[in-house]
Design a binder for this molecule. Structure first.
Ligand code: NAP
Length: 250
């Protein structure tokens, strides 16, 4: 892994930062993507050798383009892209996932909030893919890891007996279903290349995304993302998994 160049979006905290830390420990040069450069620099300093901050706001085309120029200028290629940046809502506050679900039903959800969440989780992932693909084409054993969620599985959520069936709504869960669909579109496009792509769900992890209500530690919750990000050239493409290598229906 020692020559690999990786970019992780939203790596200044949470799952992204943990993945950055563990990749750096494996000798990967990690570009710690952060929409606030200062926070990215703090995270990179904490991670230590092998980590460098890069400003990237996945909703801001200029910042994505500037990040691509930075990678091109510094390294001339990208071997691993981890599309990790994500938000669950725009409301802030201390609402539990259940309370948030109650006001995020198809009939009640704010369209402004849906657009804002989809802007990051869906169009942001696609925009970064489009900007970084030329660099991945020049990469060695290039791989893309899209960090999605089991809550976006249409198959699972369509089952009325699924415990979280009632929580499927248009803001976050549907954004993750749409991210999965975008990933499928990328997979189809990449079939004619040697670039691999995988979809991964962290566990229900204690992070800012869920007001730290997640039941798993950052280390345990991030494991599957790290495992897949470290897959070598013989590793699979086109999988959607949670720890450990458990397939999630799309
Ligand atoms: P987190 O701690 O809130 O981290 C999210 C990261 O995304 C932060 O670094 C955040 O930056 C960044 N981000 C938000 N908007 C952005 C934008 N416009 N441009 C660039 N970066 C942006 O949450 P997390 O739990 O680690 O989430 C990471 C990923 O895991 C997400 O895709 C999430 O959907 C997924 N996931 C999480 C869980 C879970 O239980 N935690 C479960 C399944 C899937 P700021 O610090 O500037 O806000």
């Amino acid at each position: 892994m020692s020559d690999r160049i990786a970019l992780i979006t939203g790596a200044n905290q949470g799952v992204g930062k943990q993945v950055a830390k563990e990749l750096a420990e494996h000798g990967v040069t990690v570009l710690v993507g952060s929409r606030d450069l200062r926070r990215g620099e703090d995270a990179a300093a904490e991670i230590g050798a092998g980590a460098r901050a890069v400003r990237i706001d996945v909703t801001d085309h200029a910042s994505i383009a500037a990040a691509a120029v930075f990678v091109e200028t510094e390294f001339g290629r990208l071997d691993l892209l981890v599309n990790n940046a994500g938000i669950s809502n725009t409301g802030g506050g201390d609402a539990t996932p259940e309370e948030r679900a109650a006001r995020s039903r198809a009939s009640t959800a704010s369209l402004d909030e849906i657009r804002a969440v989809w802007d990051v989780n869906v169009f942001g992932v696609l925009a970064v893919y489009q900007a970084m693909l030329p660099l991945l084409r020049k990469g060695v054993d290039a791989r893309i890891v899209n960090v999605s969620s089991g809550v976006g599985s249409l198959t699972t959520n369509a089952d009325p007996s699924y415990p979280y069936h009632a929580m499927f709504g248009p803001v976050y869960p549907a954004s993750k279903a749409a991210e999965n669909a975008m990933t499928l579109a990328m997979m189809v496009e990449l079939e004619s290349t040697d670039i691999r792509i995988n979809l991964v769900s962290p566990a229900y992890t204690s992070t800012a995304l869920n007001n730290f209500s997640g039941t798993e530690s950052i280390e345990d919750g991030s494991r599957e993302v790290v495992r897949v990000a470290l897959l070598g050239p013989d590793g699979p493409t086109g999988t959607f998994t949670r720890w450990e290598d458990a397939a999630i229906p799309w």
